[in-house]
Each structure stands twice: as structure tokens, then as C-alpha cells.
Design a protein around this ligand. Structure first.
Ligand SMILES: [Fe+2]
Ligand SMILES: [Fe+2]
Length: 365
């Protein structure tokens, strides 16, 4: 055991936040849907060391079914397929460790935002719910850290993710905290957990993601149900500010250049024996056939496929902000994915699933 100190070499410098705290003297249930969600959450608590079998070794061959999450089917290129199995197994292991590390650090951010919400939201039911979410997030941090250490090593947080977490923690506006965390960050997480959980054949990871994703679908529901109640109470200027905050969070997370996500992955892959020039040539030459079979609906990423539909449901997708979303999505992914104009973009937006928990488990499309 290392020596106990107040300042540890692993901690970040302090972040000054401007949170306002609200006491609420009404203890009776008031927002029924949030009280129900709180009750559900207390009943759904699970225990990492009791409910997951940590003694199992990770079967790396089965693990290599875990998606890389690059948004481009790199693993289908002839170059990738020509690599020896040991190399692709190693590539999947390191890529997943990087991705899971981002989930892990995001969970720490969620833990701290949820704890802030206990203080900052004005309704008792919402404070109660945020308390259960705080407990959930602690468990998520615990299980992701433990799993990554079993698999590889924890990698540093991507600067774009750190930026969003900082902004969400720093704002004094509790509605912005809900939008930044429950709608944008957890919306993206839910989408990624769903994909990883569905495709991976590694049993411990699948099980862990099943538990985590169930909790996350409640966190997302909390954001949606609370925000959709609040938005009609806002004045125009306040609503515009909230819309812009959501737009900014989503934009930073999706902007591939800002994120440096791909650059980091390339670095990881090069260390594991990939020749980036050959990979790009293969990707370029085979682009047509790699994307031909993908139906249009499945090409939507997490922002377009989930976060923006959530904002629409909450009453935070005015035509003004939709135009901005369309602009940057088109810039990043092209008109085929984002639509030629904002009308086409809105037309292709999917409806949010009726039951997010069942959707995450792959029980409904
Ligand atoms: Fe979480
Ligand atoms: Fe969460």
C-alpha cells in the first residue's frame, strides 16, 4: 500500500466551479416520473464483486470481436485482413483499452456532475434521483478501471472530452449540467455501449456493459424527462443559450480534428505494427465497396442518430440550431450522411426509441 498523502501525483490541479446550491423544503413527491425513476434506481442497484465474475481470464481471441469504434470499417480493408492474427488481436486489445479509458474518465466526470446536481437542482425528486445516479457512476468508474487493468493499461483522457467535462462542471446553470452530461455525454456513451455490447463476444465485457448500459438508460431518461418539463418554462433568451450549449458540447466531441481521436489511434496502431500508409491506401482504394452495403440509417453516428433526436424530444432543436448542426455534420461526414440541406437532415433524423433500456439491450431497433 502506498503512503497516504493529501496531494497525490495523479491528481489534476483544482477546477474552480460556480455552482449554486438550493435547499427545497417540500419533501412530497412532485414530479412523478422522476420519483418513479428514483424508486426504480434504488431497486436496480448491483454490486461489482458479487454480480460480475472477475476471476475469468479475458479470452483475447473472443475479445477481438470487440468493435474498434472508428466509424469507418477499417477492419474490413484487405490490408487489415492481411495482418497476422496476433497483430489484429493486439490491435483490438490496445484500441479497446484506449476507448474504454475514455469511457472510464467520462464516468468520473459523470460521478462529479451527478453529485453537483444533488445540490443544484430545485426539486426534491430530482435531488433524490441524482443521488442514485452518483452511486451508479461510482460503480461504473470502479468496473471500467478494473476491466481495463485486466486487459491492458489506462490511457489518458482525450482533450476534447476533458473540455466538455470541465465546461459541464464549471457552469453555474444546472440545466446546462443536465444537457452537457445527461443528454450529450451520456447520449454518446449509451450509443457506444450499445454497439460494443451487441458485438463483443468477450463474456465479462458483455456482462459488464449490460449492467452499465441499464443504468445509463435511466440516466438518459432522467435528463430527458426533467429537461422536457423545464424547457417550456424558459424565456426565449434562456432557451437559445441552452440550445447553444448543447450544440457546442456536441460539436467539440464530434470535430475529428479537435478530438485528435484518430491521431491517437494511429499512434497506438503504429506501435503495434501497422503501416499507416498501407492502411490508408487500402482504405482509399476500397472505400466504395466498404461502405456500399451499409444501409443509410446505420451510417448515422451517435450525434445524429441519438443526441440530436434527444434534443428534439426535449424541445431544444429549433430550426436555427438545426441549421448549425447540419452545417458541421455535413462538413465532417459529407452530404450523404448529413443530408444536402437542413430539411433533408431533419427528415433523416430517427425517432428516439420508445423504451431506451430495451433499445440498448438490442431488443428493439
Ligand atoms: Fe455511467
Ligand atoms: Fe451515467
Amino acid at each position: 500500500m502506498s503512503e497516504f498523502t493529501l496531494k497525490t501525483p495523479t491528481q489534476e490541479p483544482d477546477l474552480a466551479t460556480a455552482m449554486r446550491v438550493i435547499y427545497q423544503w417540500n419533501y412530497d413527491p412532485e414530479v412523478d416520473e422522476l420519483r418513479n425513476l428514483y424508486t426504480k434506481a434504488t431497486e436496480a442497484q448491483w454490486v461489482s464483486h458479487r454480480d460480475l465474475d472477475w476471476n475469468r481470464d479475458i479470452d483475447l481471441i473472443r475479445f477481438s470481436t470487440t468493435p474498434l469504434g472508428t466509424g469507418v470499417p477499417i477492419e474490413k480493408t484487405s490490408y487489415w485482413r492481411s495482418l497476422p492474427q496476433e497483430t489484429t488481436v493486439e490491435l483490438t486489445r490496445r484500441t479497446a483499452a484506449f476507448r474504454l479509458s475514455q469511457f472510464l474518465h467520462g464516468e468520473q466526470g459523470a460521478l462529479m456532475v451527478a453529485a453537483q446536481l444533488v445540490n443544484a437542482v430545485p426539486h426534491t425528486d430530482a435531488k433524490f434521483y441524482a443521488a442514485t445516479q452518483t452511486m451508479d457512476e461510482a460503480r461504473h468508474v470502479e468496473v471500467f478501471a478494473r476491466y481495463i487493468e485486466k486487459l491492458d493499461e489506462i490511457r489518458p483522457i482525450a482533450p476534447a472530452l476533458k473540455g466538455i467535462l470541465d465546461q459541464t462542471l464549471e457552469t453555474s446553470d444546472w440545466m446546462k449540467k443536465l444537457v452537457g452530461m445527461q443528454i450529450v455525454v451520456e447520449g454518446l456513451a449509451l450509443y457506444s455501449f450499445r454497439e460494443m455490447r451487441t458485438l463483443t463476444e468477450e463474456p465479462l465485457l458483455k456482462e459488464l456493459l449490460t449492467y452499465v448500459a441499464r443504468d445509463e438508460s435511466r440516466h438518459h431518461a432522467y435528463g430527458v424527462q426533467y429537461i422536457e418539463r423545464c424547457v417550456p418554462c424558459l424565456g426565449d433568451a434562456e432557451r437559445v443559450e441552452l440550445e447553444d450549449f448543447a450544440l457546442e458540447c456536441a460539436r467539440v466531441l464530434i470535430d475529428r480534428n479537435a478530438q485528435g481521436f484518430f491521431t491517437t489511434l494511429l499512434q497506438i496502431w503504429t506501435e503495434a505494427g501497422v503501416d499507416p500508409a498501407k492502411l490508408f491506401t487500402s482504405l482509399h482504394d476500397e472505400r466504395e465497396e466498404l461502405t456500399r452495403d451499409l444501409p443509410r440509417g446505420r451510417r448515422l453516428g451517435p450525434v445524429q442518430g441519438f443526441v440530436i433526436p434527444t434534443l428534439r424530444r426535449c424541445g431544444l432543436l429549433s430550426e436555427r440550431v438545426a441549421t448549425h448542426f447540419h452545417g458541421f455534420l455535413r462538413e465532417n461526414f459529407g452530404a450523404r450522411v448529413a443530408g444536402e440541406d437542413v430539411q433533408e437532415f431533419l427528415q433523416y433524423l430517427p425517432e428516439l426509441p420508445e423504451d431506451t433500456a430495451r433499445w440498448v439491450m438490442g431488443e428493439i431497433q
